[in-house]
Design a protein. Structure first.
Lengths: 273, 383
């Protein structure tokens, strides 16, 4: 990457990171910070809001207005921040369990409402912080501390969920393809409306270890091998796409954004904020 | 008949409507809610009146989200509120605890209906008194105000904002269904004359700012997001910097400080009404709409020659234990009518330390307690 100075956006005093060796979250954090740097947001006007879990520890390391909330509730807190002060840029950091299990209701309603938040969802297909329990995105058959014999449930397609619920921007990237991921995040930051960037992140410690993935390197190789650009995916069958990760911008549409619509209502009623 | 000009602030309205009006007068800028009987009129009123005054209203996807949005808005600098009832109050407890630990000012209205569970959506009870104090997990400070009428709902709604902004402690306005739905003539306050405390903004530069500093007052200065003070807020136990800590010394300092605020400022927070005979042998302690039946019962007893004293908390928590003890030392028995199975009576038994006998008058069938029922208890108590 060019001459981007990460230290502007980092609270280096809080290092070392809580994340394990081989975890993709640090790579994704850098991808986010590069994107924020490129769009030129002032850290004083940017708020990073998270829930609970490994990914949600990110705001602690980021030098912005940071809010580490309750499990699954980052989006509601972020909604309040954005409504009270629509001039603030609001980024939500969440995980697969945080956003689609306990926080699933908030996730779909934020998409429906199309409020101007950028949700970066770090999907490591497991509950990492609590010790490797099965999550809503754990693939069928994979082992977890609460699925010793292999997961018998079907996983969510998180990006598909966001698209169906009405998000105006949805993209999927991986910690392997960090440069592309950062570009998707940049587009999401600039989008007026609810943006969801699903970032696949390997968890060697509690997912890889249980699922016979010998090393973090092997997990990153697998991410690379599973990734299929969205254009190529369009030419492939459903069977061919099984176990694949479709990457790229999946949805990018313009539709009414919530805080802008609310500002119009205030203006119509003659109120002044 | 000459037509006299009506004072537009003299109105007949319900407690719920009055709560919404008073919140606006107090400077409410954000309301996040979710429909639930018997509190919904508060949200309905504010959904039209907040945007008209430049504020923001949002109906969230559930009660948990509503409470989260209120905390987020308050951190962005807006005076914030939500309103709910029984089951919704249960759902809000998770994030109420967050507001307690992170000291984010906010007002939570709970219009009590019958419980547990779906219970009696359109009928009154006062069975959330203990939940209001201890509904969220962990030792935490909280302030709970209990209005008895529409007029007092106006006063205490404004006071709720005053106290939460001043002490950075969430305030619960604990109405009951009767207060929420009764229609009474009131005079609304002139917003220009409503003076409430505004949260203390930082007096130091961003470099020197510690969001949870141990100050002489025990109340840290509070910056808003977007004002150049880039601080961290977490529901984890934290030190003065706001970042998580596992240091037992730092944890204890913060936990004792946030809880100490209640006791230290109790005399400013606690308000009670006293009435009746100074030389009474029977005391009556009642709150919310039940207090109005209780006061009537006191007058009826006095007409029969029974001397009765009366104590009514406007602040339920922190509990007015010294005021209750004073009553316990003056009378032989304290009659405690409440629309639950004795939640506050037990607190009174603790507060009077055996100095007086506590006589419970309880009802949980969805009907209010009548003056006759309380009078009967008073008459029995003097025998």
């Amino acid at each position: 990457m060019d001459n981007f100075d990460y230290t502007t956006f980092l609270r280096e005093k809080k290092f070392p990171l809580i994340w394990c060796a081989g975890c993709g979250h640090g790579i994704i954090m850098k991808a986010i910070l590069r994107a924020v740097g490129r769009v030129g947001w002032d850290q004083n006007d940017t708020v990073m809001v998270s829930g609970i879990g490994c990914s949600s520890r990110m705001p602690g390391y980021v030098d912005m207005n940071t809010l580490h909330t309750t499990h699954g509730r980052a989006i509601p807190f972020a909604t309040g921040v954005k409504m009270a002060n629509p001039d603030l840029h609001v980024i939500v950091i969440t995980g697969d369990g945080d956003a689609t299990a306990i926080g699933g209701n908030h996730f779909i309603h934020a998409a429906r409402r199309n409020i101007d938040l950028t949700v970066v969802l770090l999907n490591n297909t497991i509950y990492g912080m609590t010790g490797g329990q099965v999550s809503p995105t754990t693939p069928r058959g994979k082992k977890a501390s609460t699925a010793s014999f292999g997961n018998v449930e079907a996983p969510f397609n998180i990006s598909g969920l966001a698209q169906a619920a009405g998000a105006s921007f949805v993209a999927r990237g991986t910690a392997y393809g960090a440069v592309q991921l950062s570009k998707y995040i940049e587009k999401g930051l600039l989008k007026k409306g609810l943006s969801v960037i699903e970032a696949m992140s390997p968890c060697p410690t509690v997912f890889g270890r249980r699922n016979k993935m010998k090393s973090p390197v092997e997990m990153y190789d697998e991410l690379r091998d599973q990734s299929v650009p969205v254009k190529k995916a369009a030419t492939m069958s459903e069977v061919e796409l099984e176990d694949k990760i479709v990457t790229g911008v999946l949805t990018d549409v313009d539709k009414p954004e919530y805080t802008a619509e609310y500002a119009k209502l205030i203006a119509k009623l003659g109120g002044s904020a | 008949m000459p037509v006299t000009k009506r004072n537009p602030r003299v109105r007949v309205m319900t407690g719920n409507e009055a709560c919404a009006e008073a919140a606006l007068a107090a400077g409410l800028k954000f309301f996040g809610g979710y429909p639930i009987t018997p509190s919904s009129e508060i949200a309905e009123e504010l959904s039209t009146k907040l945007p008209a005054s430049g504020g923001k209203f949002i109906q969230m996807e559930d009660e948990i989200a509503a409470m989260g949005s209120v905390i987020g808005a308050s951190l962005a600098g807006a005076k914030s509120m939500t309103a709910t009832s029984g089951p919704g109050f249960s759902l809000k407890q998770e994030n109420i605890g967050y507001a307690c630990l992170t000291e984010v000012p906010c007002v939570i209205v709970n219009v009590m209906r019958g419980g547990p569970s779906t219970g009696l959506p359109t009928m009154p009870q006062q069975s959330d008194v203990m939940q209001a104090r201890w509904g969220t997990h962990g030792d935490h400070p909280i302030i709970v105000l209990v209005p008895q009428s529409v007029a007092e709902t106006v006063e205490l709604t404004i006071r709720a904002f005053h106290l939460t902004e001043k002490y950075r402690i969430p305030v619960i306005l604990l109405m009951d269904e009767t207060v929420g739905h009764i229609s009474e003539k009131i005079t609304l306050p002139d917003p220009a004359e409503v003076k409430i405390y505004e949260r203390q903004k930082p007096t130091v530069s961003p470099d020197e700012y510690l969001p949870y500093k141990h100050t002489e007052s025990d109340i840290p200065e509070m910056a808003s997001f977007g004002t150049g003070y880039r601080f961290h807020v977490t529901g984890l136990c934290h030190d003065q910097t706001g970042f998580p800590t596992n240091d037992p010394v730092e944890i204890e300092k913060q936990m004792l400080r946030i809880n100490r605020k209640l006791e230290r400022y109790r005399d400013d927070i606690i308000e009670v009404e006293t009435a009746g005979d100074a030389d009474a042998e029977i005391g009556v302690f009642a709150y919310g709409s039940t207090a109005r039946s209780a006061k009537r019962a006191m007058l009826m007893a006095q007409e029969k020659g029974i001397k009765v004293s009366f104590l009514r908390p406007r602040t339920m928590w922190p509990f007015p234990d010294r005021e209750v003890l004073a009553m316990g030392e003056a009378v032989k028995k304290i009659v405690v009518p409440e629309m639950n199975l004795g939640q506050v009576a037990h607190e009174i038994e603790w507060a009077v330390r055996g100095k007086a006998e506590v006589v419970k008058v309880n009802k949980i069938n969805g009907e209010p307690i009548s003056p006759i029922e309380i009078l009967a208890a008073i008459e029995k108590a003097v025998q």
